[in-house]
Every structure is written in C-alpha cells, then in structure tokens.
Design a protein around this ligand. Structure first.
Ligand code: UDP
Ligand code: MG
Length: 307
C-alpha cells in the first residue's frame, strides 16, 4: 500500500525543511510505501532549492516528486496538480506551513483502514482574530444553508482521500475549484478527526483576504443556483407589490381628492428598483464570469519542470 502526500508550497523557505522532517517522522512509522508530491506554486524564495535538497536527503524514505509551476497558480491549482500526479492508494493533502498538525495523520489512516473513504480534519481551534472567526462562522452558516450537499463545518483542505475518491475529484474538470466542497460533493463514506490548527508561523496567510473572498464566492456560486431562484421569487413578489401599488394609485385618483406626494414616492421607487437591479446584475455577473472561465477551458496550471 502506498501513501501519497500532496504538498502545495508557496514561499515556505527554510521552514519547509522543518515541516517535512516532522511529517516524515510521523508517516515513516505507518506501514506504507511513501510518496511526497511537492508542488512549487511559483515561489519567489528558495523553496525550490529546499525541495531539491529534501528530495536528495529523503530518497530512501519516500519517493519525492517535485512539480514546478511556471508561475503562481494558487493553492487550489497546486492541490489539483498534486492529486493528478500522485500514484498512492490513499492520498493525504496538507499545508506545508506547519499549520496542519501531522500527529493526527495516524488517526486519519486508522479511520481509512476502518472503511472511511474520505477523512478530513475538523479544526477544533482557529487561532484567528475574533472578527475573522465570526466571519468564517457566518459564512459557513450561509453556505451550508444554500447548498444541497453537506460540507462539514470547519473542515479545510487537510485530510486524506481514497484512490477512488481522488479519481472522481480529478474527473471534475471545473476551473473554479473549492476543494473541501468538491470533496464533499463526490460523496463516499466520509469521516472527520479533530485536529487543532496551529498558529501561522510567519503570522500571515498567503492566500490573503482577497483570495479567501474569491474562494468564498467560488464555494457559494459554484455549489448553488439558489441565488438565481431567490431572484426569481423576489421578482414575482415585486410584481405583486406593483399591482397592489397601481391599484391604490388608481383608487386615490378616481375616488378621492387626495394629492399623491409624487416626488418622494417616485424617488423611493427609483432608488429601490435601481439598486435591486444592480444587485441582480452583479449576481448574474458572478455566474457569467464562471461560465466564461469554464468555456475558455484553459489548463488549471502549467508545469515548467518535473523532477
Ligand atoms: N499556497 C500555494 N499557493 C498560493 C498560496 C498558498 O500553494 O498561492 C500553499 C502554502 O504554501 C500553504 C498552503 O497553500 O502550504 C496554504 O496557504 P496559507 O498557509 O497561506 O493559507 P492559510 O490556509 O493559512 O490561510
Ligand atoms: Mg497557513
């Protein structure tokens, strides 16, 4: 049996060595052939050189494969590439910045041996500022209420999947990828293990706030068409309200001497309908932008070098 480790790397520098050595001490005790697939996602520091050294030093413990991207394609693309190039019977995906604690891997393997085909890490502690944590929670709640599939709360990329699951996820060709969502979407027997998430070593996320927002939008629009349905429902309600409004106006005109306060009612209506329309156009734009990237059909990533 072979265990593959998919390891996306973006500017991890010297820390990468510490990370990999810690990982190796854990996984070498498992009874597996080992394969490590590093994906260098356009790092601008010495990460690639470190990977080269690690490949030389640890060749006896694991097959180390390095995929060197032609530029930075993003974390999700790196994970995709790693999954497409690994050959194991079970595939582990984890961050390389030491935020994911390797000591939970044996428990994940146990669950896999017991029959689980997907095992994800449940984050028991999120060391983020209160506001960020609040936003994450709010997001999860909205997301899970609009998507028909069940994406486990506070599960990220960290986890392992059976070969069959990896093949199914690979076959999903979509470009706007949100791995935890895709992993939930394919189904199979899923299970979680609790894993505290460590603090950020450098203190900063390289995915960044913008990247997180993009991921959030991908998850949101990629896994639900409910917003479109709601827009339709809102349009029906507005039309009904309009009919009632017109009836009231006719009544006032025909049967009373009351003057209708024109300016304020018109302005209210104009502002309301205009902002509602902009909102809906923006939302349609999110779907159209996704259709656009999908039909272009560009590759998810480009590999400059593989060794
Ligand atoms: N990463 C990547 N490409 C990127 C950004 C990040 O491959 O453009 C890697 C990074 O090296 C790390 C993982 O993806 O192993 C998660 O990134 P990060 O720690 O910045 O994100 P976090 O989840 O901590 O916000
Ligand atoms: Mg991190």
């Amino acid at each position: 049996m072979k265990l593959s480790m998919v390891l996306p790397v973006y500017n991890e520098g010297e820390k990468l060595r510490e990370f990999f050595e810690e990982l190796v001490t854990v996984v070498r005790l498992l009874e597996f052939d080992l394969e490590a697939v590093f994906v260098n996602d356009g790092s601008r520091d010495d990460s690639l050189a470190v990977m080269r050294q690690l490949k030389n030093e640890h060749g006896d413990v694991a097959d180390v494969v390095v995929l060197d991207f032609a530029r930075n394609f993003g974390h999700q693309a790196a994970v995709t590439a790693g999954m497409e190039h690994c050959t194991g019977d079970v595939i582990l995906i984890m961050d390389t910045d030491m935020q994911d604690d390797p000591s939970v891997i044996p428990r994940m393997i146990e669950k896999w041996r017991a029959g689980a085909e997907v095992v994800y890490a449940r984050r028991t502690s999120r060391r983020e500022p209160l506001l960020v944590r609040f936003l994450f929670n709010a997001y999860y709640r909205v997301f899970s209420s609009i998507t028909p599939i069940e994406v486990p709360h506070s599960a990220g990329n960290f986890g392992l999947v059976d070969r069959r699951v990896a093949d199914e996820i690979r076959a999903l060709g979509e470009h706007n990828r949100y791995y935890p969502g895709l992993r939930a979407w394919v189904g199979f027997r899923q299970d979680g293990v609790d894993a505290p998430r460590r603090g950020r070593p450098g203190g900063r996320s390289r995915v960044g706030l913008l990247g997180l927002m993009e991921l959030a939008l991908d998850a949101f629009f990629g896994f639900s068409i409910l917003p479109l349905r709601l827009a339709f429902a809102a349009a029906v309600l507005l039309a009904l309200a309009g009919v009632v409004g017109i009836a009231v106006i006719f009544y006032i005109k025909l049967f009373t001497d009351l003057a209708i306060p024109m300016w304020s009612s018109i302005m209210t209506l104009v502002i309301f309908t205009a902002s509602a329309q902009f909102f809906l156009i923006g939302m349609l734009g999110e779907y159209i932008a996704r259709i656009y990237t999908e039909v272009k059909g560009r590759p998810h990533y480009i590999i400059r070098d593989r060794f």
